[in-house]
Design a protein around this ligand. Structure first.
Ligand SMILES: NC(=O)c1ccc[n+]([C@@H]2O[C@H](COP(=O)([O-])OP(=O)(O)OC[C@H]3O[C@@H](n4cnc5c(N)ncnc54)[C@H](OP(=O)(O)O)[C@@H]3O)[C@@H](O)[C@H]2O)c1
Length: 249
């Protein structure tokens, strides 16, 4: 009953689900957060609870609501009575060209990518301090090398990177705060299901531009997240790119 607990935001599917499964396979109990992917989140929790009884719980919150974000921190902590690791993975991603971006786009992209990560970290700081735990923020290689037409997303991820370093300073020595900046890992969901020659060509061009000549996979991110939580005991304030060398040039 004393096993460690991880809260993963945006964990119903894709990279978040991989992080949840990786921690669970290594003995953690898992708090699965989702917004709209309720079927997938429930299925993931059931899968984990079948492997080990009472080892996962599911929580819903839309990070566009500050109230729901705060309620999540309370309900998640109540569930198992402890949280050792917070993984801020949830993210909204879509273009926001300069002359089309609205105040609503600003809110949507900043709320999910950085505001919720900040207020969850703030709310859980006492608990993470008590557990000598850690925070892992899933950033993006585009925090450093901007993606054209995505100014608000790039800015939000750059703020998340800065938050990682600042909180690492402020929460030391008890809580370590690190980040992972993925490159191309999974194609955006909207593109995954599309069979279109032009999109296939764009995907091929992206792969060709990556020194490792392929995109990554979710395990590349979840393995590093687990390393940060359990092995990197003297590492804090670091944001590591996992991009197959794409940022090199
Ligand atoms: N995929 C890549 O190649 C890649 C590349 C660079 C960086 N990243 C970063 O890696 C992380 C995971 O990537 P991914 O592609 O697996 O993410 P994703 O599928 O695009 O999004 C993860 C989850 O975020 C949740 N979310 C979005 N807006 C939310 C909101 N307003 N409130 C609460 N939850 C919200 C969604 O939950 P629901 O489905 O439940 O609504 C979604 O399932 C993200 O931080 C992303 O920026 C990924």
């Amino acid at each position: 009953m004393d096993s460690k607990v991880v809260l993963v935001t945006g964990a119903a599917k894709r990279i978040g689900a991989s992080i949840a499964r990786t921690f669970h396979a290594n003995g953690y109990r898992v708090l699965v957060h989702a917004r709209s992917s309720k079927t997938e989140a429930t299925a993931l929790s059931s899968e984990l609870n079948k492997i080990k009884k009472n080892s996962a719980g599911t929580f819903y919150a839309d990070f566009n609501s500050h109230h729901e974000t705060q309620e999540l921190s309370v309900a998640a902590l109540e569930h198992f009575g402890r949280i050792d690791v917070l993984i801020n993975n949830a993210s909204t991603f879509y273009p926001s060209p300069l002359f089309e971006a609205s105040a609503d786009d600003w809110s949507s992209l900043f709320n999910s990518n950085v505001k919720a990560a900040f207020f969850l970290s703030q709310a859980l700081a006492p608990e993470l301090t008590k557990r000598k735990g850690s925070i892992i923020n899933i950033v993006d290689a585009h925090a450093d090398k901007p993606l054209r037409n995505h100014v608000l997303y790039n800015m939000a991820k750059a703020a998340l990177k800065s938050m990682t370093k600042t909180l690492a300073l402020e929460m030391a020595p008890h809580v370590r705060v690190n980040g992972i900046s993925p490159g191309a890992i999974l194609w955006p969901e909207a593109l995954e299901q599309k069979f279109d020659e032009k999109i296939d060509q764009q995907k091929a061009e992206i792969c060709a531009s990556i020194p490792m000549k392929r995109i990554g996979n979710a395990k590349d991110i979840s393995n590093l997240a687990y390393f940060f939580a359990e092995s990197g005991r003297y590492i804090t304030g670091q944001v590591i790119k996992v991009d197959g060398g794409r940022s090199l040039g």
